[in-house]
Design a protein around this ligand. Sequence first.
Ligand SMILES: [Zn+2]
Length: 126
Amino acid sequence: MPAPSDALFSELVEQARAAAREVRRVAGEARDVGESSRQARRRSELLRRFLLQWQSNPDYLIRRCAWCGRLAVGDEFVHPRDFLRGDVPARVQEHATHGICPDCLDEVNAAAAAARSGSPLGGTCG
Ligand SMILES: [Zn+2]
């Protein structure tokens, strides 16, 4: 039986490299599918909670942050693009009452505190 040739060895090396590329490609696709699945679950959960708060209270008012545009979904504020599609965000906005979300309130308060501390009328006194 003859020894394996250099050509056969080279062919096997090439096949091993191709197999490694295939592993990386499939792993990348698996990551993408996992991310898509995670986003779909999150969107479904947001829609379910958004509907539940509406369904459980006939007088429910959609709350929208006037600063960042996010909508109240339970106890969190979520950007409409994260769970609404088509013309629904604009239609929801037409029926929303406006307020301020906790994140924007923190920013407004911090800006106000900074403005006060730089003002001759605000900040700490000597
Ligand atoms: Zn906000």
